[in-house]
Write a protein that binds this ligand. Structure first.
Ligand SMILES: Nc1ncnc2c1ncn2[C@@H]1O[C@H](COP(=O)(O)OP(=O)(O)OP(=O)(O)O)[C@@H](O)[C@H]1O
Length: 254
């Protein structure tokens, strides 16, 4: 088994990664011998039928969960050899998250939510970092809402705050888990366009789990999982092409 990442451009590298639950006849392989890289600066969509291993892939890549076997590298660091404390430190420094349910802290203002990753890392915000945060707030169109609490914002606005919070520390990668799952069509399009621009304009690496072919059509690359394996790996595709690809993946025998 290879134990080193082979590609300098990889922010996440999986080397023959298996994740199983249970033992004996009841063993379930959530990931089976997966070797794949998430490349720097790319917006990658991770798709696949329910139960295909998408959440497991994301959790293992972010160091939230252990692989059973294989090598997992995040920002060139071997997650599979680290203890929980080292992984948490690495995750705080290198990973941003955007969730379907926004996950903002209800008691904090928008401004406080955006700077939360810095507080959690015990990091005092430098003037240059504050400039970047101000820029993000402006670009994401939440300047007017900066002193409000999340409950006073629409879903689309809340997700824009979550994106600002994820981008603010300039992490190596942002994992977005169904980021448009709770949004209407218009807000979804805005959020996807913001993620697209973050990759294009800031070189932000993004890995997005989604069931939605339209959402995945904003990505540079579409990975399809089925039964814990990568069964398709394509460059940019249209929603129609992605729908076709998913139909094929659904047909992969378990
Ligand atoms: N904690 C666990 N214990 C046992 N089995 C698990 C556990 N977590 C996930 N699994 C199993 O691993 C497989 C992959 O699950 P995973 O949640 O990664 O799929 P998914 O593609 O994200 O699904 P969905 O689209 O429905 O969220 C499934 O068969 C699931 O039942």
């Amino acid at each position: 088994m290879s134990t080193t990442p082979t590609d300098d451009q990889a922010v996440v590298s999986f080397r023959q990664v298996t994740k199983s639950y249970g033992t004996g006849s009841s063993i379930i392989f959530a990931l089976s011998d997966v070797s794949v890289d998430i490349r720097r600066g790319e917006f990658t969509a991770i798709m696949g039928p329910s139960g295909s291993g998408k959440s497991t892939f994301m959790n293992v890549a972010a160091g939230l969960d252990d692989a059973t076997r294989g090598g997992v590298f995040l920002a060139s660091q071997p997650l599979h050899t680290m203890d929980d404390t080292a992984r948490t430190t690495l995750r705080r420094r290198e990973v941003g998250f955007v969730f379907q349910s926004f996950n903002l802290v209800p008691t904090l203002t928008v401004a406080e939510n955006i700077t939360l990753p810095f507080q959690l890392a015990g990091h005092r915000i430098a003037p240059q970092e504050q400039g970047w945060i101000d820029h993000l707030v402006h670009v994401l169109g939440i300047t007017e809402r900066i002193a409000h609490k999340p409950a006073e914002l629409s879903g689309g606005q809340q997700q824009r705050v979550a994106i600002a919070r994820a981008l603010a520390p300039r992490p190596a990668i942002i994992f977005a888990d169904e980021p448009t799952g709770n949004l209407d069509t218009r807000s979804s399009r805005e959020v996807l366009q913001l993620l697209r621009s973050a990759a294009t304009e800031y070189g932000q690496t993004i890995a997005m789990v989604s069931h939605d072919p339209i959402a995945a059509s904003y990505a540079d690359r579409v990975l399809v999982l089925a039964d814990g394996r990568v069964v398709a790996d394509h460059g940019r595709l249209t929603p129609q092409q992605i729908s076709q690809l998913l139909l094929t993946a659904e047909g992969v025998p378990a």
